[in-house]
Ligand binder design. Structure first.
Ligand code: FAD
Length: 460
């Protein structure tokens, strides 16, 4: 029996369930999916990141006596081709978004599929209320998930060598309209160009980031809120593409706990992943629609949206955060909340526009957490911020970037301005700061307007 091992968002050999599966003869593959890549610009740095991780996976497999075939095309066409070549089974790890569930259903009509769980500790239906319904609020979800979590959720899958099938492993197989073209392995041959940005997570291995986490985990709870300290794990992109196994990370955190480290807050963050994965899976309407039954008449001013995107709103903390995102593909969690609140509550722009922009930029982009978090900030989501509680960007900056160190790092126009003034909306309105715009709006009246709108349009 010839079995295909399809790597998707599990780009590693360590603790990978599909490499644990017993096979007589296997064909490990990765597909650059044309349907997904169509959404990316030719120089998107995230494609360079993924391409390099796929090449690393191929090298790691070679070191272990195996190999990887890289395909470019639509998965259904590729599996039809492989079926003709005598492959009658495929193993892959489960994906939970609507689009991937539909893709996998189509594949299962072509070839016998075995689906394993890999990217999350729980299946999104595992953690339920006593009445069997899914949670809509994080805190009770967290309590149940914490109690339910045991060793079976984070067991290690041993690497099992399987004999690989004869294939031309040195080329990319490009499949279009049932035609096969073989080309040398290069990013250009899948229609992209190499582009590197200064993204900390992409530059560092998961092993390095785990060691770094060990040094900061004791103070994670207190320091994680301060962007200038930059004391979060930066493991997001590795968890997203499976260059570290979530189970391995949890086992690592467990050993730290046994050694007396403070690990609770970090573990809680990992359970936020599980929560949002469960929400999107169980309430798929929330991918494109407000989770709550509320229909806000967003103003969607294009000019203001451009200011927000380019980090030229005149609101220092928002601009610093957006410039960091544009330059590095990363934004600190506190700032993600601030800019999302600002876009929806101060600029009255639909959360879906912000969600889409984050999708185009974030290295750690994950539909379920991004959508869930945007809806949280907009007040339309499950377990959302109450609509009358709005982030004041100036007070947030004062609290979490007191000396404006982070702001000055990204907004050099404010280098010579004292922190107290940077945190003063009045100062920024009244003073012309060279090369820096006046704020595009006044915080209080705009958010008052938002609160009134929400009060009017809220149905439940
Ligand atoms: C508007 C908005 C959009 C967001 N979009 C994304 C996204 O697309 N992808 C993403 O991974 N995170 C997203 N987050 C959550 C969070 O901001 C990032 O996970 C975190 O900043 C990544 O940095 P880190 O890896 O250093 O995280 P750490 O603080 O070190 O946390 C470790 C890991 O826990 C998980 N995690 C932490 N916080 C959350 C959370 N609130 N929800 C779900 N998982 C969490 C992530 O996998 C993260 O890598 C979003 C938050 C907001 C407010």
């Amino acid at each position: 029996m010839k079995t295909v091992l399809w790597f998707r968002r599990d780009l590693r050999i360590k603790d990978n369930p599909i490499l644990s599966a017993p096979c007589e003869v296997c064909l490990p593959i990765f597909i650059f999916d044309k349907n997904i890549l169509g959404d990316f610009k030719a120089n998107d740095p995230r494609i360079t990141f993924i391409f390099n991780k796929v090449k690393k996976l191929k090298n790691d497999l070679i070191k272990n006596g195996m190999n990887l075939v890289i395909f470019y095309g639509c998965p259904d066409e590729i599996f039809r081709y492989l079926k003709k070549e005598g492959y009658n089974k495929v193993f892959f790890s489960q994906d939970y978004t609507k689009r991937s569930i539909e893709r996998d259903r189509q594949i299962s009509e072509i070839i016998d599929t075995t689906i394993v769980r890999d990217n999350f500790l729980f299946h999104p239906s595992d953690v339920r209320k006593n009445d069997g319904t899914p949670y809509k609020v994080f805190t009770p979800f967290y309590r149940t998930a914490k109690n339910q979590l045991d060793e079976s959720n984070f067991i290690e899958f041993p690497f099992n060598y399987s004999k690989i099938a004869g294939f031309n492993y040195d080329n990319i197989y490009i499949i279009e309209n049932s035609e096969i073209v073989k080309k040398p392995i290069s990013i250009e041959n899948i229609g992209f160009v190499e582009n590197y940005v200064d993204n900390f997570a992409a530059d560092k291995s998961p092993e390095y980031l785990c060691e770094r986490l060990k040094n900061l985990i004791n103070n994670y709870e207190s320091n994680r809120e301060y962007p200038a300290l930059d004391e979060t794990s930066h493991l997001g992109p590795h968890l997203r593409f499976g260059t570290i196994s979530i189970r391995e990370l949890v086992r690592f955190v467990k050993t730290l706990k046994e050694d007396g480290f403070q690990t609770e807050t970090f573990m809680k963050q990992l359970l936020w992943r599980e929560f949002f994965n469960s929400v999107l899976y169980n309430f798929p309407h929330s991918e494109f629609n407000n989770f709550k039954n509320v229909n806000i008449p967003w103003e969607n001013d294009l000019k203001l949206f451009e200011h927000w995107k380019s980090g030229t709103t005149g609101v220092p903390v928002v601009d610093a955060a957006m410039r960091q995102l544009n330059k590095t593909g990363y934004m600190h969690n506190r700032l993600r909340m601030v800019v999302a609140s600002f876009l929806t509550k101060d600029l009255h722009i639909d959360w879906r526009w912000g969600e889409e922009y984050f999708k185009q930029k974030l290295f750690d982009y994950e539909a379920s957490y991004n959508i869930g978090s945007w809806q949280w900030a907009a007040g339309t989501g499950c377990d959302a911020q109450p609509y009358f509680r709005v982030f004041n960007p100036y007070r947030q900056a004062e609290k979490f970037d007191k000396n404006a160190e982070f702001i000055k790092m990204w907004v050099p126009e404010l280098q010579s301005i004292k922190a107290g003034r940077i945190h003063s909306e009045d100062f920024l309105f009244k003073t012309h700061v060279k090369n820096y715009t006046r704020p595009v709006c006044r915080h209080k009246p705009e958010t008052r307007k938002s609160i009134e709108l929400f009060r009017k349009y809220f149905k439940n």
